[in-house]
Design a protein around this ligand. Structure first.
Ligand SMILES: Nc1ncnc2c1ncn2[C@@H]1O[C@H](COP(=O)(O)OP(=O)(O)OP(=O)(O)O)[C@@H](O)[C@H]1O
Ligand SMILES: [Mg+2]
Length: 283
């Protein structure tokens, strides 16, 4: 048998007070080392699912497990969960509250009761990872949106979680900001952090994620990204369009430019490289 998922929900149901059922009998797993994109319509329950996975909400039925062991919702159980899983909410203004960037980023480690030197080391490391060391002493309310977003992520990174869950992290970032964030996430992944992100951007999901989970009325459908995002039936249920990389890969294969088992183009630059292979030589 394979190892248990790092974090999993089994048969989870959830409804907000006085609200309709958002998730019902849901099975969902995060596997260590696999970059996972979570997609689905507005209101399909992505944010709710992320809050269940990070312990901010508790399932009405079913259970949450860490490496196969049920999570307890007492202080000890939640501390164990929060040192493993960190959620970064979509709006940084819902997360930031301290006066300065470094104070905000140090809040989580301080709360764990770590010694000052350890807290400082973690804050320095997180600021460097997010490329905001120069902003350390800046008041958070004077930062740009993208800078606030990076600060919120740094706060989660300072907890050195094994799983970092990001709710629509690229929303509101300019193209360069998106690229820098992807580079940051690649750096975190290289040091062993498992990253999960909710996004509405199918092209980004195809490019970035190993696995995609599509949240539909019939539950979460998870599998390798290129396979899942070629399933027009599921895309329709999840209110998503086809990412351009899927037909591009088909076209390349049909023309013998891409092996059947090779990965398709993930970026416009990848596709340009294929175009270069077929373009007539310059005179
Ligand atoms: N605090 C809350 N109280 C009551 N209902 C809520 C609350 N938060 C979300 N809901 C409802 O739960 C459902 C799922 O919302 P959720 O925010 O999880 O969706 P989502 O997939 O993240 O959507 P989006 O793509 O718009 O971010 C929606 O019908 C929403 O109205
Ligand atoms: Mg949401």
């Amino acid at each position: 048998m394979s190892e248990p998922a790092l974090v999993a929900l089994r048969g989870a149901s959830f409804a907000y007070e006085d609200g309709p059922t958002v998730l019902s009998g849901l099975d969902f797993a995060i596997h260590e080392g696999r970059a996972l994109a979570l997609l689905g319509r507005n209101g399909s329950g992505k944010t709710t699912l992320m809050r269940l996975l990070s312990g901010g909400l508790r399932p009405r039925e079913g259970r949450l497990t860490l490496e196969g062991r049920p999570v307890g919702y007492d202080r000890k159980g939640l501390t164990r969960l929060r040192t493993t899983v960190q959620l970064v909410v979509q709006d940084p203004d819902d997360q930031l509250f301290a006066a300065s960037v470094s104070q905000d980023v140090s809040f989580g480690p301080l709360n764990l009761g770590l010694p000052d030197a350890e807290v400082r080391a973690r804050v320095d490391e997180a600021l460097a990872a997010l490329d905001i060391t120069a902003l350390a002493d800046r008041p958070t309310h004077l930062l740009s949106y993208g800078q606030r977003k990076r600060t919120a992520i740094a706060g989660a990174v300072a907890m050195r979680p094994r799983v970092l869950i990001l709710d629509e992290p690229t929303a509101g970032l300019d193209p360069d900001g998106q690229e820098r964030l992807l580079a940051t996430l690649a750096g975190l992944r290289a040091t062993g952090t498992t990253v999960v992100m909710a996004t509405h951007d199918v092209d980004l999901a195809l490019r970035w994620a190993d696995d995609a989970a599509l949240l539909t009325p019939s539950g979460a459908h998870t599998g390798p990204t290129a396979e899942m995002l070629a399933r027009t039936d599921l895309l329709g249920q999840a209110g998503l369009r086809l990412p351009w990389g899927v037909p591009a890969a088909r076209l390349l294969r049909a023309n013998g430019l891409l092996a059947e088992d090779a990965a398709g183009p993930r970026t416009a630059e990848d596709l340009a490289a294929f175009a270069g292979a077929v373009a007539p030589p310059h005179g």
